[in-house]
Design a protein around this ligand. Structure first.
Ligand code: ZN
Length: 162
C-alpha cells in the first residue's frame, strides 16, 4: 500500500496551531501518531486532506470548526451550585477539569468561573469553534491487519496497547 485510502494505517508527525499561529500541540516531542484511515479516528477535515497522500509527503492543512471539533455550544455551559462539588477537598479554581455525567455519558468539563455559591462549567471541547492548522509529515503507510480492522483502531507503536 503506497497511498492513503480506507483501511490504511498511517503513521505521522503532526503539529497543531490555532488561528493566531500559536502552537497548541505537537507529536514531535514524543512518538508519532498512528491512526486507521477512513474510520473517523481523527477529525474529518484532516482525514479528508490525507486521502491519497503517501509516505514522505508533508502538508499543511487548514480545518474549519465544522470539519474539526465542531462549533461551540452555549448549551454546554452550565452554572451549578457549589454543593454539587461536596466531598471534593481541594479549592475549586478556574481551569480545573472534572468528569461529569451528561445525557451522552461521561464528559469532561472545565471550570470557567467561580463565585461563592455557583460554579460555571463548560463542556465544550477546548478546540471547539477554533479554526485549526496542522503541519503533517507522513512517515509510513501500511495496510491494517484483520485484528485492527475488527477493533477499528491501530495496534502497536503510536496506537492502542491492550
Ligand atoms: Zn484493539
Amino acid at each position: 500500500m503506497t497511498s492513503i485510502t480506507k483501511n490504511a494505517v498511517v503513521t505521522m508527525h503532526y503539529t497543531l496551531f490555532n488561528e493566531t499561529g500559536e502552537q497548541l500541540e505537537s507529536s514531535k516531542n514524543s512518538d508519532p501518531l498512528a491512526y486507521l484511515h477512513g474510520h473517523g479516528n481523527i477529525i474529518p477535515g484532516l482525514e479528508k486532506a490525507l486521502e491519497g497522500k503517501s509516505a514522505g509527503d508533508s502538508l499543511r492543512v487548514d480545518v474549519e470548526p465544522e470539519e474539526g471539533y465542531g462549533a461551540r455550544d452555549e448549551a454546554l455551559i452550565q452554572e451549578v451550585p457549589r454543593s454539587m462539588f461536596q466531598g471534593f477537598d481541594q479549592q475549586i479554581e478556574v481551569g480545573m477539569r472534572f468528569q461529569a455525567d451528561s445525557s451522552h455519558g461521561p464528559t469532561l468539563v472545565t471550570v470557567t468561573a467561580v463565585s461563592e455559591e455557583m460554579i460555571t462549567v463548560d463542556g465544550n471541547n477546548e478546540l471547539a469553534g477554533e479554526k485549526l492548522t496542522f503541519d503533517i509529515e507522513i512517515l509510513e503507510v501500511r495496510e491494517a491487519s484483520a485484528e485492527e480492522l475488527d477493533h477499528g483502531h491501530v495496534h502497536g507503536p503510536g496506537g492502542h496497547h491492550h
